[in-house]
Design a protein around this ligand. Structure first.
Ligand SMILES: [Zn+2]
Length: 168
């Protein structure tokens, strides 16, 4: 079952070319109440050592440029496996994936993950975010020749109804 998330996230990434060099995986997972999806990120920073400075000066020097290795895991609430048929479930899940991918692109995690409390205070779910979410989701739908969704509020309402039905 986890294979379908792997496949569907690849399609979603078509709408996020900026994230091309990142490692992003997706799978179903048992998640908490009211949580449809979650993204876990890891950004590793490396300082580049300068071998020449050690050999010639006996002192260690690092280049100022830091390399960043980004890897993310997008978890989808496993209760959503019950959504049927397959093409309907795919849309529901790709919408959640789009939301999480947009958080990655906006660096909502990487810049703020150190201070979780600060992250909570930052308003990340603002109307611009929602508009962008819908726009990207429609781009992905276009790949599958599915009509665009016009209203974010209607999409949100439909999503809530699914969550309530599945007791998420
Ligand atoms: Zn969010």
């Amino acid at each position: 079952m986890s294979d379908e998330c792997t496949e569907w996230i690849l399609e979603c990434r078509e709408a996020f070319p900026k994230l091309d060099r990142f490692t992003i995986t997706s799978e179903y997972k048992k998640l908490g109440k009211n949580v449809l999806g979650r993204v876990k990120g890891q950004v590793e920073r490396y300082r580049d050592i300068k071998p020449k400075s050690i050999f010639l000066d006996g002192e260690v020097k690092f280049s100022t440029k830091t390399k960043e290795e980004h890897s993310y895991q997008i978890f989808i609430n496993e209760k959503l496996k019950k959504v049927e048929p397959d093409n309907f479930r795919k849309q529901v899940i790709q919408n959640i994936m789009t939301h999480e991918l947009l958080h990655i692109e906006n660096k909502d995690l990487t810049t703020l993950s150190k201070k979780y409390s600060r992250r909570m205070k930052k308003k990340i779910h603002v109307s611009d975010f929602h508009k962008e979410c819908l726009d990207r989701f429609n781009q992905i739908r276009k790949i599958n020749n599915i009509n665009p969704i016009k209203s974010y509020d209607q999409l949100k309402e439909a999503e809530s109804k699914i969550a309530t039905k599945l007791k998420i």
